[in-house]
Design a protein around this ligand. Structure first.
Ligand code: WT7
Length: 626
C-alpha cells in the first residue's frame, strides 16, 4: 500500500464483528438487498416488510416497504425483555461536574413514557412536528425518543443557533409544540435558551405550547396558557403510567433536521423509522464494534446528525451504554475530557478534528495526567482530519493501540458512508473505503470518472436504507440538489480523490457550505443575517482555512451610503450575526469594500474574494462586470 499505513492489531481483528472485511464487502456487492435484509432481521418488526428496496420511483427510494416498526421500541422496549433491563443506558455529567445522573434501560423507558404521555396530552398526534431546542441534558434524549414512540416528527435545533434561525425552522416545520429548557451552560456562561424561544415565537402562529425543562434555575418569563414547566407537568396524573408505542410504517417520517445548503433557506432533511433504524444500527455495530462491555462516548450535540445517529439512536439500538457530557472539551481546564474518560471508563470515543486540534495545542501534559487505558477505539467526524492531528490522537490519546475510525457521511446520508472498520488498515486523513453495500465514484463536471489520484466530485452509486427520503415540503429541491446533475447517482457536494489502493480522501465542499469547527453553515445564511443590519447594502461570506476550526467565516461588506467603515462597525456586525443566526456563525472578521466583485449577470464572485483574501491568483476574470 502507498503512503503511511497503520495496520490493525491481531486483538482488534479477533474481537471485531467483521473479521473478513473483503468477504463481507463482496457479498454485499453481489446482493445489496440481501445484505440489508439480514441487518434488518436483527431488529424487531411488528410486521415484516414486503419488499427490501422499492426503486420504482427514483430518486424517491423506499426501504422495507410494508414493514411495521417503531425505532423507539427497538431503542428501549426490546431491551427490557433481556438482561439489559438493568444495564446502564445513559450516564450523564453536568458541565460543572456537580451533578451526575444515570439511567438503566428500565429507567430510560420510564422517562421516555412520561415525556411521551405529556407530549400526547399537549394534543400532539402521529405526524405532528415538535421542535426541540435544548442544551445537552438527558431530557433532550427523552424528548426525541418520546416523539418517535408516539409517531410525532421531531425537529431538533442546535442550541448554538439563535433567534432568526430558530424562528425560520419553527415556521417552516409548522410545529405546534416546542420543548426547551430555561437555559444551558456553556463554558461557565449561561445561554438563555428560553428567552431566545420567546423572541423567535413572536411570529410563529402555529405554536400552541412550550414545555420548559428547568436546568439553570435562573429567572425567566413564563407566558400563561402557552408555557409549562416540565416538572409541573410530571406531577400531573396524565404523566404517569405506560405509554403505548405507535405502530409505524417503515417509511413513516421519524424526524426532520435542518441543514445548510447553497441558498439562504435551510433544507429540512427527512428520515424515516425503518431505513434510518437499520442504517444507524448496522453502521455503529460494524464500525465501532459496540458490545455490552462498552461505554460509548460521542461528543457531538444532539442538534446535529451525528448526535441523532450516534449519540441517541445507533447506540440505543445496539443496547449500548451511552455517556453524555453537557460541556465542551476545555472548560474549566483542557483535561476535562481526559478526566471523564478516566472516571467513567470510556472504551469508545468519537469526536471531531476541530476538538482534537484545539486540545493538541494545550500539549501532552494534560492527557498524560490521566489513565486512558480503558479506550479501545477512537473516531473522527465532521471534516477532513489533518494527518498531524490524526497522529496525535492516535499516539497521545490512543497510545498507539486504538484504531481511529474516520467516518465520512452527511446529514443526508443518515449513517456512515465512507469509513473503515477496526480490521481495515488505516491511512491518516483518509476515511478508507465505502461501507458495505456502497460504492463511490469521483467524476469531472460532465460526470466522467477521473483517474485515481485526481480530484473530482464525489458521488454515491447505490441507494442505502438510511438515505434521506426528501426535503420536507420541497421534493423538487430534493431532486434538483442531489440527483439532477448526475442522474441515478447521489451528488454529495464534496470533492475527493481516490488513491491507488482504492482509499478515498475527502477534500471539502464544492458548494457554498462552510464547515466551521465541523458545524455546517451556509454563506447565504450569514449574508441574510447581515443584510438585516441597517448599514449593510450587500455582503459576501466566505470560508477561509483556520488552524483550529478547519474553516472560519469571513465577511466582506459593502455599506449603504452614509455609513463609514470602521472597527466598531465591524464588531457590531459580528455581534449582529451572532445574535440573529447564532454564536456558532459569528464571523471571524468583517472587512469593508467599496464595491463587491460581480459577474455581468450580477452574481457575487466569492471565488475572487477568496483568492484575494489568501493572496492567491484571482483566476479567470473575464466574466467580471466593468
Ligand atoms: C459534510 C457533511 C455527518 C457527520 C457530521 C457532518 C464533511 C463529514 C467528514 C470526514 C471529511 C467530512 C463533508 C460532508 N465531513 N465527515 N470524516 N472527513 N469530511 O454532517 O453537517 O451534514 O456535514 O461534512 O464535507 O459533506 P453535515
Amino acid at each position: 500500500m502507498e503512503g503511511e499505513v497503520f495496520y490493525p492489531s491481531q486483538d482488534a481483528i479477533a474481537n471485531s464483528y467483521v473479521r473478513d472485511w473483503e468477504a463481507l464487502a463482496e457479498s454485499a456487492r453481489k446482493n445489496l438487498q440481501g445484505f440489508w435484509a439480514e441487518r434488518a432481521s436483527e431488529l424487531f418488526w411488528f410486521k415484516k416488510w414486503d419488499k427490501v428496496l422499492d426503486d420504482s420511483n427514483k430518486p424517491f427510494y423506499r426501504w422495507f416497504d410494508g414493514g411495521k416498526v417503531n425505532i423507539a421500541y427497538n431503542c428501549v422496549d426490546v431491551h427490557l425483555q433481556t438482561f439489559r433491563k438493568n444495564k446502564l443506558a445513559l450516564i450523564w455529567e453536568a458541565e460543572d461536574g456537580k451533578s451526575e445522573r444515570t439511567f438503566s434501560y428500565y429507567a430510560l423507558n420510564r422517562e421516555v413514557c412520561r415525556m411521551a404521555n405529556i407530549i400526547k396530552a399537549m394534543g400532539i398526534e402521529k405526524g405532528d412536528r415538535v421542535t426541540i431546542y435544548m442544551g445537552r441534558i438527558p431530557e433532550i434524549v427523552f424528548a426525541m425518543l418520546a416523539c418517535a414512540k408516539i409517531g410525532a416528527i421531531h425537529s431538533v435545533i442546535f442550541g448554538g443557533f439563535s433567534v432568526d434561525a430558530l424562528h425560520e425552522r419553527i415556521s417552516d416545520s409548522e410545529s405546534k409544540l416546542i420543548i426547551t429548557c430555561d437555559g444551558s451552560m456553556q463554558n461557565g456562561k449561561l445561554v438563555e435558551l428560553k428567552r431566545i424561544v420567546d423572541e423567535s415565537l413572536r411570529h410563529c402562529p402555529t405554536v400552541e405550547n412550550v414545555i420548559v425543562v428547568k436546568r439553570t434555575g435562573h429567572e425567566i418569563p413564563m407566558e400563561g396558557g402557552r408555557d409549562h414547566w416540565f416538572h409541573d407537568l410530571c406531577a400531573l396524573p396524565i404523566a404517569n403510567g405506560k405509554c403505548s408505542t405507535e405502530v409505524m410504517d417503515a417509511e413513516d417520517p421519524l424526524f426532520i433536521l435542518y441543514t445548510s445548503g447553497s441558498t439562504g433557506k435551510p433544507k429540512a432533511i427527512l428520515h424515516t423509522h425503518g431505513g434510518y433504524m437499520v442504517g444507524t444500527y448496522a453502521t455503529l455495530k460494524y464500525v465501532f464494534d459496540v458490545n455490552d462491555e462498552d461505554r460509548f462516548w460521542c461528543t457531538a450535540d444532539p442538534g446535529w446528525i451525528t448526535g441523532h445517529s450516534y449519540l441517541v439512536y445507533g447506540p440505543f439500538l445496539n443496547g449500548a451504554t451511552v455517556f453524555m457530557f453537557e460541556g465542551g472539551p476545555s472548560y474549566p481546564y483542557p483535561n476535562r475530557w481526559w478526566q471523564l474518560i478516566e472516571r467513567f471508563g470510556i472504551t469508545i470515543f468519537y469526536t471531531a478534528p476541530t476538538a482534537i486540534r484545539a486540545l493538541m495545542r494545550f500539549g501532552e501534559a494534560w492527557p498524560n495526567k490521566h489513565d486512558l487505558s480503558s479506550l479501545r477505539l477512537l473516531g473522527s467526524v465532521g471534516e477532513p482530519i489533518n494527518p498531524e492531528a490524526w497522529k496525535w490522537f492516535h499516539h497521545v490519546i490512543g497510545k498507539d493501540r486504538c484504531p481511529i475510525m474516520d467516518t465520512w457521511w452527511q446529514t443526508e446520508t443518515g449513517a456512515f458512508m465512507i469509513t473503515p472498520t477496526p480490521v481495515v488498515p488505516l491511512k491518516p486523513g483518509s476515511g478508507t473505503r465505502p461501507f458495505f453495500g456502497q460504492e463511490a465514484e469521483i467524476v469531472d463536471e460532465e460526470g466522467n470518472p477521473v483517474p485515481d489520484g485526481q480530484e473530482g466530485f464525489l458521488l454515491l452509486k447505490n441507494p442505502w436504507p438510511s438515505m434521506m427520503r426528501t426535503i420536507y415540503k420541497d421534493p423538487d429541491r430534493y431532486i434538483e440538489t442531489y440527483w439532477k446533475k448526475y442522474p441515478g447517482k447521489y451528488m454529495t457536494g464534496d470533492s475527493a480523490r481516490r488513491d491507488k489502493d482504492g482509499y478515498y480522501w475527502i477534500i471539502g465542499r464544492v458548494d457554498d457550505v462552510i464547515k466551521v469547527s465541523g458545524h455546517r453553515l451556509g454563506t447565504a445564511e450569514v449574508e441574510s443575517a447581515l443584510i438585516t443590519h441597517p448599514a449593510v447594502a450587500e455582503s459576501a461570506a466566505i470560508g477561509l482555512p483556520h488552524e483550529v476550526k478547519g474553516q472560519a467565516i469571513y465577511c466582506i461588506v459593502q455599506l449603504k451610503p452614509g455609513f463609514a467603515p470602521g472597527e466598531d462597525l465591524g464588531e457590531e456586525l459580528r455581534q449582529h450575526v451572532a445574535h440573529h443566526l447564532g454564536p456558532i456563525a459569528r464571523p471571524e472578521e468583517v472587512s469593508f469594500i467599496d464595491k463587491l466583485p460581480k459577474t455581468r449577470s450580477g452574481k457575487i464572485m466569492r471565488r475572487v474574494l477568496k483568492a484575494r483574501a489568501q493572496g492567491l491568483p484571482e483566476g479567470d476574470l473575464s466574466t467580471l462586470e466593468e
